[in-house]
Design a protein around this ligand. Sequence first.
Ligand SMILES: C[S@@+](CC[C@H](N)C(=O)[O-])C[C@H]1O[C@@H](n2cnc3c(N)ncnc32)[C@H](O)[C@@H]1O
Length: 319
Amino acid sequence: MTIGTTDTVTERRPSGLELEPKQVPPAGAAMIDRYVFKRLARSSRRSRVLAERLTEPLHLNLVSAFVALFGSFRSKVNHDLIIRQQFAFPILHAADKAREAGLKKLTLVEFGVANGAGLLNMCRIAVSVTKVTGVEFEVFGFDTGSGMPAAVDYRDHPEMFQQNDFPMDVERLNAALPPFASLVLGNVADTVPAFLAKLSPRAPLAFVSMDLDYYSSTKTALEIFNGAPEHYLQAALLYLDDTVIETANPWCGELLAINEFNDENEHRKIAPFPMLRSRRLFKNPRWIEQIYLVHIMDHPLRTPGLRRPSHVIPNEYTN
Ligand SMILES: C[S@@+](CC[C@H](N)C(=O)[O-])C[C@H]1O[C@@H](n2cnc3c(N)ncnc32)[C@H](O)[C@@H]1O
């Protein structure tokens, strides 16, 4: 599906993980610094965070205050203390899976960059995850660079979004990005096929944040999961930003695009991350419902075979 105008594709190739301190917001121990307070100062965000945290058990909040001050990056992720926890959990999870599979590098993608705050958060988290796991990252942010294209019809939620919303200051954002991150500018109808041709098993796609707002754009962007099976983790992680808007429904927006993707692809299926709420210490954060897995059913690891010693279930009653 072709949407809106077509711009040229521009990329800066990633080269490593060296970051200058001013390029990304601070990581790790600086989680309760002025950056956090600045974000919490926005009243809508503050209300949501307060509603989510204050309805959790008191002892968990006390423990998490201690973790915020003295905890490791992993314990902060476990206690929902990272800015954009919806990126921190999946990126750390993907890196753990990559390590198990012997992979050294992963690809992360943000669809819908706008002013780039999310992309810079993603980069900062990637640096912290590399420190913890040793897994490195290439990060790509897809956007027109000029804001929303024209909506096609009611399925694009025109009651919420319109053409030219969310413009980007491309020069400023490019200057702020670390060397391992790039902008991929243009309509996703043009940029995704070109990007797909460049994905490789050297840095499989592990996590995608989807925030293009429109059904039409999301439908096109999901084509990113139609490459060769070894170009992905066997279950890549996906964050869906727009499933929480009040008018979200299965006949419009991201949910429609996901349903159609599942109908149209025999070997690629998108489903919610199973039992994620029960796996988390804090049960209320809204992002928990927005994390999905993209199952690569034809991935080499999903073909039957003998790859490891047999699992044995111990029986404590016969000992
Ligand atoms: C809500 S904004 C993204 C906000 C960003 N993720 C953040 O957290 O700050 C949605 C973005 O999607 C981009 N977008 C929508 N449709 C697109 C398309 N077909 N191709 C490329 N970019 C598109 C728009 O330019 C816009 O910047």
